[in-house]
Write a protein of this length. Structure first.
Lengths: 228, 228
DNA sequence: TAGATTGTTAATCGATTAACAATC
DNA sequence: TAGATTGTTAATCGATTAACAATC
């Protein structure tokens, strides 16, 4: 049976490969805006993003038909549309778990907050860290985490804890109602359906570079520009 | 004309989607080894990696036919084969550029070095940082970078510099003969063919989480476990 | 032998891209 | 009008996965 298209709402399902590229376009467009560029063609975007121009046009077509034939796309308008599509017009409440090097850097640096992901709390188990100030936040005790997530409606949890603690912290966050995790621990988390997990594992990145170096050594190197 | 298969060397080209999953299997297998598990089935691996069992078997088949029907795979042997395939039996000389929070953390933490990617130098432009000790290394002046890369045959460069500096540092590294870059700056680098670039952009990761949160809010959340 | 699991085939699904009519 | 560029089609390519013979 073919999908019964509802007449009222037209659910445009953007292919995941395209969703993964939208943030890249957004970054490029933001850069272009800083150089006072107001119009851009799919060809120009393609060069900057290291992809095919047809792919750019197809990706952007999922947002709507916002280009002008013979001219190109308006940078500011495209930025707005990508942000709308990616849900970047909302603020997503974020907490960081683990106040080590990485967790502290993320919290203090402010990049998350400025991109619409305000870091509203930082947790750690270590009693020597609890209560210390990092950036604009006081480190809280891990014991308070579940209650905090529930009462504040936190959307996103950043796991900057040791591998051994990651699964247990993830379980607690999910039990408290969090829906998305950004995991820096080099483990594959087990999570229920419906929870989104993105893993940032530098070991994995490095290993793939190692593979390409090996190919290069065999004289079979091939081009590879991979956006993550 | 069909590809003229050379009789002597059989170049097994592993599909890139499979290459991206091999490090994940490696991580799981390494964890299993710590729990004294010596045999594992494709089904078990599939559960742990959140993928389809047929995919596991197909991915592993690119390494060779190393399983035993009715039994499964030997963990230690599989670890060795994946390492061999990914070029992780070699040591890849690595330098870090940028001695800020991130660059310092990477250098001092030792994770890169222990995984076969020894960090042999750390560079920065800031004269106040040059000469200070981070982990086991003295910060070197960026001026020395090109010569260092050439005379030491460095394989991999880690860019932990501000966005504004990233392209210029990348150009220098490539001119000095480096083949692979791990880029933490939120910019798309322009590089010649044959150079491998992996971008680690936390902003991109977050934005994709934002998208899924938005879908969840619309009651159209779907499962998504993405390994990076 | 009976049960289990691999390795591989082939069908299916999704992503990519050349090409070009539409149109600014 | 002439030139440029989009939006979309359709062909192609690559990735996924159900199914099952091979075989331990």
């Amino acid at each position: 049976m073919p999908a019964p298209e509802t007449t009222s709402t037209r659910r445009r399902r953007i292919p995941s490969a395209a969703v993964n590229r939208l943030p890249v376009y957004l970054q490029i467009l933001t850069d272009l805006q800083l150089t006072e560029t107001s119009q851009v063609s799919s060809d120009q975007l393609a060069v900057l993003a290291n992809v095919n121009a047809a792919k750019v046009r197809k990706d952007l077509s999922y947002l709507g038909t916002y280009g002008t034939r013979g001219v190109g796309y308006e940078v500011a308008f495209l930025i707005y549309q990508i942000k709308r599509e990616l849900g970047l017009l909302s603020q997503w409440k974020t907490i960081v778990v683990g106040a080590g090097n990485l967790g502290s850097a993320i919290t203090a640096n402010g990049g998350f907050t400025s991109r619409g992901f305000p870091v509203i709390a930082l947790f750690d188990v270590d009693p020597r860290k609890v209560g210390t100030r990092i950036g604009e936040l006081d480190v809280r005790n891990l014991d308070e985490m579940k209650d905090f997530v529930k009462s504040n409606g936190v959307h996103i949890g950043v796991l900057a804890v040791p591998s051994t603690a990651a699964q247990s912290v993830a379980d607690d966050l999910i039990a408290a109602g969090i829906g998305s995790l950004l995991n820096f621990a080099p483990v594959v988390l087990t999570t229920p359906k419906g929870v989104t997990v993105r893993n940032v594992d530098l070991g994995v990145e490095l290993q793939i570079l190692g593979y390409h170096e090996q190919l290069r050594g065999q004289g079979t190197a091939k081009q590879a520009r991979v956006s993550v």
